[in-house]
Ligand binder design. Structure first.
Ligand code: GLU
Length: 505
């Protein structure tokens, strides 16, 4: 590649960014960084009807949280700016005019009612109405191809509403290339004459997108499969302007966990997993969605699972940091076929990244979400975390796994009690108290030697001692090693908990 690689992520701020959008951003970022190129964020906000307040901030915050940093974008290194299309508004008209002048586009004055009538008329005959070579010059449609130049000018001067449409070529075969999908052939007769510009002074997505990709010197367009049908028009626009087109790569769809159909917000709602990176509240406060961040996912886990939605390294390796992804990413290893979303796998990744975190960092996070821990030394919490994190997927799981390190049981699990409490348990526990009290150097090893030694010497079943002991400490037959728990809560608390149990028998 001779030219400097430049890619862009070009979301429309119409609501929260779906994880599919984050995946598109990620693949663009990986490709750019792999090739020493630039990653640009461009906000495509030409459709004012769909604009949602706050959506741009949400996009930027989501990318920041994931660590997908852009080199240029709104308020950042604006050498090709502005990066919001609404702020580039005045730029597009001249390009639309240029296409009209070169015969590649034309003015159309058809009203919404007229077009509706055409559509209905076609439907009644079992046909579909497409505005293109087939009918654009037949006289029923009102455009500058059938009107004289003077008539066209008069309409525009009189302030009539118009659009500028692209004049799709007739009887041509268009050859398209996509890095992921290979070569495709399109018969231009099936294309419609898409609107490029409207009399409200706004370009449509198609015109603004091509003009900006050209002006921003984008070399590779990496975007979702839903834009593949627009590729023919985009290629024709590049041809019409006489510009070199970028290379294209259309990423595969992200499919529902069942593998059938596109992943939607509803799938997440039904199965209880997020489809957005961050939680989202619509400006009216009516639409609330959960996010990966607030559900307790680590950004590393999200990035890792997103990378595997459509890409794989061709090896067994599944754990990739962002840096490793940059090193190994290759568009040639992105599939055409849709990528099935697996919510269990996202948890698997989170569990993995949980184990990588420092216990002290996790302890800070744990402390922040549990008021019970506000007065407890974070170093103690970190020791607890070290003992339980292997069984946790989220920091949110910690309390259930560890509350007994901080507070004595207030009740004993019924089933566990039945299993653990037998005749003679009180006597056995009284003896354990004695052993605990006489263990002067209160270490895990000493406790183990003393208690296990006593059990073996007296040929008592292990369960007869260890089960009620665990019940006394935890309130259930769960948790990490009993001797670890005793050591952590200390001698006085250990004795007090065993006494509590004896009193309840
Ligand atoms: N604004 C489009 C979107 O919302 C961008 C599509 C493209 O990348 O060309 O996805």
């Amino acid at each position: 590649m001779s030219k400097k690689v430049r890619v862009r992520f070009a979301p429309s701020p119409t609501g929260p960014l779906h994880i599919g959008g984050v995946r598109t951003a990620l693949f663009n970022y990986l490709f750019a960084k792999k090739h020493g190129g630039d990653f640009v964020l461009r906000i495509e906000d030409t459709d004012q009807n769909r604009y949602v307040e706050g959506a741009e901030d949400y996009i930027v915050e989501s990318l920041n949280w994931c660590g997908i940093s852009f080199d240029e974008g709104p308020n950042k290194n604006e050498k090709f700016g502005p990066y919001r299309q609404s702020e580039r508004k005045d730029l597009y008209k001249q390009y639309a005019d240029e296409l009209v002048a070169s015969g590649n586009a034309y003015y159309a004055f058809d009203t919404a009612e007229q077009l509706d009538a055409e559509r209905k008329g076609h439907e009644e005959k079992g046909k579909t109405f497409i505005y293109n070579w087939h009918n654009r010059e037949r006289g029923r449609l009102v455009n500058s191809l059938v009107l004289t130049e003077a008539e066209t000018k008069a309409k525009i001067d009189a302030g009539e509403d118009f659009v500028i449409r692209f004049k799709s070529p007739q009887d041509e075969t268009l050859h398209l290339t996509d890095i992921i999908r290979g070569n495709m052939k399109i018969d231009t007769n099936v294309l419609d004459d898409k609107v490029l510009f409207k009399s409200d002074g706004m370009p449509t997505y198609h015109l603004a997108n091509i003009v900006d990709d050209h002006l921003m010197e984008i070399t590779h367009v990496i975007r979702g499969e839903e834009w593949l049908p627009s590729l023919a028009l985009h290629q024709l626009l590049y041809n019409a302007f006489g510009w070199e087109a970028p290379e294209f790569a259309h990423l595969p769809l992200i499919l529902k966990p069942t593998g059938k159909g596109k992943l939607s917000k509803r799938d997440g709602d039904k199965m209880g997993f997020p489809v957005f990176p961050l939680q989202y509240m619509s400006p009216q406060g009516t639409d609330h969605s959960i996010g990966y961040k607030e559900e307790g996912y680590f950004p590393e886990a999200v990035v890792n699972f997103l990378a595997f939605l459509g890409w794989n390294p061709g090896t067994e390796q599944e754990i990739f940091s962002l840096e490793q992804l940059v090193a190994d990413f290759d568009l040639a290893r992105v599939n055409k076929a849709g990528a099935r979303f697996d919510p269990d796998k996202t948890k698997w990744f989170n569990h993995h990244y949980m184990q990588q975190q420092l216990d002290l960092d996790l302890a800070e996070q744990f402390k922040a979400i549990r008021p019970e821990l506000s007065n407890i030394d974070v170093n103690y919490i970190a020791l607890v975390v070290g003992l339980i994190k292997e069984r946790a997927t989220f920091v949110n799981d910690f309390w259930d796994l560890s509350h007994f390190f901080f507070t004595a049981p207030t009740a004993y699990d019924e089933k566990a009690s039945k299993k653990a409490l037998k005749e003679g348990t009180a006597d056995v526990m009284t003896k354990v108290i004695e052993l605990v009290n006489t263990t002067d150097d209160f270490t895990v090893e000493n406790l183990q030697t003393n208690i296990k030694g006593w059990i073996t010497d007296n040929e008592i079943g292990f369960g007869k001692v260890m089960m009620p002991l665990r019940l006394a400490l935890v309130g259930a037959l769960q948790g990490p090693d009993v001797f670890d728990i005793m050591y952590m809560i200390g001698k006085t608390e250990t004795v007090s908990r065993i006494e509590n149990l004896i009193n309840q028998i």
